[in-house]
Design a protein around this ligand. Sequence first.
Ligand code: MN
Ligand code: MN
Length: 459
Amino acid sequence: MENLINEKKTGWEKISEEKKGEINKFADEYIYFLNKGKTEREIVDETIDILRKNQFEDISSKEKLALGDKVYLCNRNKSLYIAVIGEEPLENGLKIVGAHIDSPRLDLKPNPLYEDTGFGYFKTHYYGGIKKYQWTTIPLSIHGVIVKTNGEKIKINIGEDEKDPIFTITDLLPHLAQEQMEKKLKDGISGEDLNVLVGSIPSEEKDVKEKVKYNILKLLNEKYGIVEADLLSSELEVVPSFKARSLGFDKSMVAGYGQDDRVCAYTALRGILNIEKPKRTAVCILSDKEEIGSMGNTGMESQMFDYFISELINKKEQNYPNLLEKIFCNSKMLSADVDAGLDPIYSNVSEKNNAAFVGRGIGFNKYTGARGKSGASDASAEYVAEIRKLLEENDIYYQISELGRVDVGGGGTIAYILANKGIDVIDCGVPVLSMHSPYEVTSKFDIYEAYRTYEMFLK
Ligand code: MN
Ligand code: MN
């Protein structure tokens, strides 16, 4: 009997030259996107550029909304809500794809600059779940904004251009690291030791105590017109300065920083760009602060998303009590976030029958959570069947998996926040190797299948 066994195979097998070409073209565009934006603010700027070129308008500029209208709401330059107005009334529900655009990194502390023994350093506070040792001895760049008390906002991006200097965090030489090497991996590098080396030339000014620090401040003042206190009102992020590239002799993969979750953000964005006059109103969320719990006014927990949907209601049709809740209860969503790909070097953390494999298509997690599914948002069997139908009708390669072996660990996404509103949600995204590291790995095949999934779902 055909299809009796659910055979799992790589998507690269028996692939047409035409599809290979499409996959590679899409991956090149994705790599370009990754290299243009390494922080949530930069991704928002770049995305708004793309949206405007594709006839999307700021929702505040629209009085009324009608079928086929394309709008977005930019939330504090850190998250975006995007919609294409559909045929059916909003009360029938929305089709939503939601990803996040913040990635693990090192943030500068409010008082970052100090001098020690002839070196200038920036103190950092890590953001999200990182393995600290991975962030030493690699080239780093500094991105972000400094806002002066007069409201002037200075955008910083240093370490990306070939002509820019880069920064780094030093580590102990093996010859003298006996004690460090005996420590547990998680304690090998402490959070307070993640200090970025930023200079070493002392100022020639006579009456200054910390001459290296003074010299750096002078350089910053010449270049950006700021003084030390202006760093108090800044958001500066230290990220790997290496570029995203094709990986492997066969160029089948992408290596790059921040693919969690910009790989889903980009594929979701590209998906909604293709939507014209959908049946249900199509929505794409690019949220912030997922890596630290989705809190705050730019995180998914924020009321800002509800506000955006209320704006759609007010500008499209008659509002009435309960309409927002009704819309949510009739809505369907793909929570677009990366999945842990099985790494053969560390396959002992995965259970092979229920792992996501790189190169086998988009990965779905019916549920997430840890220790007995605790904290999970669990998609219903009915909803999974509905999604399977869509995938199978469109010949999309997909796999349904768990994050790892039972009790080995766990994780979560924004799925539960939307599920709590009454929306049908399932997690799905591109399987990743070396997740949360400075250089994550994905398969170009899976990226393309994720794009097709998000597009078909929104259609
Ligand atoms: Mn993620
Ligand atoms: Mn993550």
